[in-house]
Design a protein around this ligand. Structure first.
Ligand code: PHE
Length: 335
């Protein structure tokens, strides 16, 4: 069974010449040089011819096969190069460009301050506890010796969530002090805790007022705890927090859940700045949590509540509290 080797060669070379992409060159390769191609099938079959004829036809056919292969390889190489350079211009890959920098995030200044606060107070033996942001009226007000009709309830500008003034009412806590009650209901003294957390007040916002902010509550109950301890502890905390020596001063003040009550000031760069409220825990608060009634054997201790946002603003020279809650990366990337 003879084949027209000249025609095969002409067809193959024409096909290679006309091919524009590697896919069509691949099919040409299979068609003319593959295992089932006319040439290879023929070469397999000529074993049956007598030896002289076989040698001649074999040589001829193999020569054509090599020629096709050479032309094909050359064209494949050219086509691949062309395709790669086309793809590169289309995708605009600049292989000489430097790699993309991975941007590192940073912790929000309040998160940093919360971490510092925990670290400093735990180093003085305080436990850190947290309480619910959605609170009951009983814990936020009643148990803290704030009577129903007391004007200080109005001062707190409460966000009511449910049934204001009724037994099953719910609100957003206006301070972290409710956690004093929750903790004392479940634990007996002596102990010292801090309660960092977010609190809410329903008021107009401006550079120094937000509807949400952070407080750090503190409570230390033992047999012989006084305001002198409170002063020492707060002074140490503020020294560590600001990494500078600060002076602390108390001003007499009023809170229904402490007696006596004080406002805490610190002196920084020659100025007295208010940082929170404090006092000795009021006997009515101990009564609400069923601790031993007042007497020589009773417990005593102090509570304080500091505004964390205020401390952050002083530390970083921030003049508008709203920046802390705006989520503006231009601001946040500075920390
Ligand atoms: N809870 C008070 C406030 O938010 C602060 C405070 C806490 C005062 C503990 C005394 C004792 O203003």
């Amino acid at each position: 069974m003879a084949i027209d080797i000249a025609k095969i060669k002409a067809d193959a070379l024409k096909g290679i010449e006309a091919s524009q992409d590697s896919d069509s060159l691949d099919s040409i390769k299979i068609k003319y040089l593959g295992r089932k191609s006319e040439i290879n099938v023929y070469l397999k079959n000529i074993k049956n011819l007598d030896s002289e004829e076989r040698a001649q036809l074999g040589q001829e056919t193999n020569a054509v096969k090599q020629e096709i292969k050479k032309a094909l390889d050359q064209k494949i190489k050219e086509t691949r190069e062309k395709e790669v350079s086309e793809r590169m211009t289309k995708e605009k890959i600049d292989i000489t460009a430097p790699g993309k920098k991975i941007e590192l995030g940073s912790l929000h200044p309040i998160t940093q301050a919360l971490r510092d606060t925990r670290r400093i107070f735990t180093s003085m033996g305080f436990y850190v506890v947290e309480g619910p942001e959605v609170e009951e009226e009983f814990y936020n007000f009643d148990a803290l010796n704030i009577p129903k009709d007391h004007p200080s309830r109005d001062l707190m500008d409460t966000f009511w969530l449910k049934n204001e003034g009724e037994d099953d009412s719910l609100l957003l806590r206006t301070h972290t002090s409710p956690m004093q009650i929750r903790f004392m209901e479940k634990h007996n003294p002596p102990f010292r805790i801090i309660v960092p957390g977010r609190v809410f007040r329903h008021e107009a916002t401006d550079a120094s007022h937000e509807i949400q902010f952070y407080q750090v509550e503190g409570l230390m109950i033992d047999k012989n705890v006084s305001l002198a301890h409170l002063k020492g502890i707060l002074t140490h905390f503020l020294n560590e927090f600001f990494k500078k020596d600060v002076e602390v001063r108390f001003h007499q003040s009023y809170f229904p859940f402490t007696e006596p009550s004080v406002e805490v000031f610190m002196k920084l760069k020659g100025k007295w700045i208010e940082v929170g409220g404090a006092g000795m825990v009021h006997p009515n608060v101990f009564k609400a949590v069923k601790y031993i009634p007042p007497g020589p054997d009773s417990w005593q201790g102090f509570a304080f509540g500091m505004g964390l946002d205020r401390l952050v603003m002083i530390k970083h020279d921030i003049d508008d509290v709203r920046l802390l809650y705006g989520g503006d990366l231009r601001f946040l990337k500075q920390f």
